[in-house]
Design a protein around this ligand. Structure first.
Ligand code: AMP
Length: 402
């Protein structure tokens, strides 16, 4: 069964095509700058590599072009041949605790949640609708960034605002990166040879977006992102936690508009705001050559992570492991070392050699460490493909085609 995974953004679509049950990745690519005269379509497969500039007016044209490429490369004659399409959907609100087969009711709920993710959910909806019209009989599955965190208790997700704001308008903490946190936690429990139902861990997803999650027995009990993916850790260009009164100050005293402030917090803050660069590789190089701002940016980034680990360790009542993932978590032995050397109070000990030389998924704590330390490669698209395969196979076994 071929499964197409789509991550539709407002002007881009990222995709991967898998073959199940072998789980072979047949190709991966992206369509960017949709709606502009020089949209780009890039993809790479086993015998296929493409990098085209074409005007793709909208998501429909973009997906039609993809279908044509599949046809030319004899991968598929049309989308009708797909076993299923799995979509990343950013916000499932309080409606979804897990991935689901998309039907009218599900679409209605995703649409109701647009107000919670006005930048993301509309593009996800468009991806689903275009596939629905190009290939009406193909089952589609929605995998939500928020679903994994629906197990958080109310004291973790309710803000101390007027309670009606939660009750009437759904203003609460939701959390994101759910597929990644659940995937790396499960993988680490396998590596530890422990049942995930009794495995307590702190997972650190450190990429351009960054979040930390406290997972008790396989269930999220707290996470750093909140109502939106802006809360929590210092990120590539997002501020993470700030005193909300700063917003009023910027508005009143500096005359910034709300739109400017929103842009400042999402695009011009975090590592970029602190040192002018959001790529951790460049920041590490600058820090190594003594750049003061780069050094300070790393200090602030690490400080925030340690603060959350301390809090989550207490919330969990102790933990079995800390798992690093995401572009920085997986690849930067320097950041891992900077974090772990500050965790001595928790009995954490790490092996510098293993930390630096480890490749793929690996353990880098010493035998006498109170917590195990893992680096695990996250792959959100493969989580979406797995969920899609599981859900579609289950639906088929319940309603076998004659
Ligand atoms: P992601 O959003 O998960 O793709 O992660 C992107 C981040 O990972 C960027 O800040 C990259 O600079 C960072 N990254 C990727 N490789 C490395 C590396 N070898 N060392 C440090 N940071 C890295």
């Amino acid at each position: 069964m071929k499964i197409l995974v789509l991550n539709s953004g407002s002007s881009s679509i990222k995709f991967k095509l898998y073959d199940f049950p072998s789980r072979e990745l047949l190709l991966a690519g992206s369509i960017e700058r949709i709606g502009e005269a020089d949209s780009s379509l890039r993809l790479k497969g086993r015998n296929l590599e493409l990098d085209e500039r074409v005007a793709l007016a909208d998501h429909r044209r973009a997906l039609e072009s993809l279908e044509e490429i599949f046809k030319k490369s004899s991968l598929l004659d049309s989308f009708e041949e797909l076993g299923a399409v799995g979509h990343r959907v950013v916000h499932g609100g309080e409606d979804f605790e897990e991935s689901v087969l998309i039907d009218e009711e599900v679409m209605g709920a995703i649409k109701r949640n647009v107000s919670l993710a006005p930048l993301h959910n509309p593009a996800n909806i468009e991806g689903i609708e275009v596939i629905g019209s190009l290939s009406p009989s193909t089952p589609q599955v929605a995998v939500f960034d928020t679903a994994f965190h629906q197990t958080m208790p109310p004291e973790a997700y309710i803000y101390a605002l007027e309670i009606e704001l939660y009750e009437k308008y759904g203003i609460r903490r939701y959390g994101f990166h759910g597929s990644s946190h659940s995937f790396v936690c499960k993988r680490a429990s396998e590596m530890a040879g422990m049942d995930s139902a009794s495995f307590d861990t702190i997972t650190l997803h450190l990429g351009n977006g960054a979040s930390v999650c406290a997972i008790k027995g396989g269930k999220s009990i707290e996470t750093s992102m909140g109502f939106t993916p802006l809360e929590g850790l210092v990120m590539g260009s997002r501020s993470g936690d700030i005193d909300p009164a700063i917003i009023f100050h910027l508005y009143r005293e500096l005359g910034m508009s709300l739109q400017e402030i929103e842009r400042l917090l999402n695009r011009r803050s975090g590592l970029k705001g602190l040192c002018g660069e959001n790529d951790m590789r460049e920041i590490e190089l600058a820090a190594a050559s003594g750049d003061e701002r780069a050094l300070a940016a790393i200090d602030i980034f690490v400080h925030r992570i340690i603060k959350y680990i301390g809090a989550y360790f207490v919330l969990l009542g102790g933990a079995d492991a800390i798992v690093f993932t995401g572009g920085i978590g997986e690849n930067s032995s320097y950041i891992r070392a900077r974090v772990c050397e500050r965790l001595e109070a928790l009995g954490v000990r790490f092996d510098s050699e293993l930390n630096e030389r480890g490749r793929g998924d690996f353990l880098f704590s010493t035998k006498d460490s109170a917590l195990r330390l893992y680096t695990v490669h996250t792959d959100e698209e493969s989580v979406i493909a797995e969920d899609t395969y599981r859900i579609v196979s289950l639906a088929e076994s319940m309603n076998p085609t004659p």
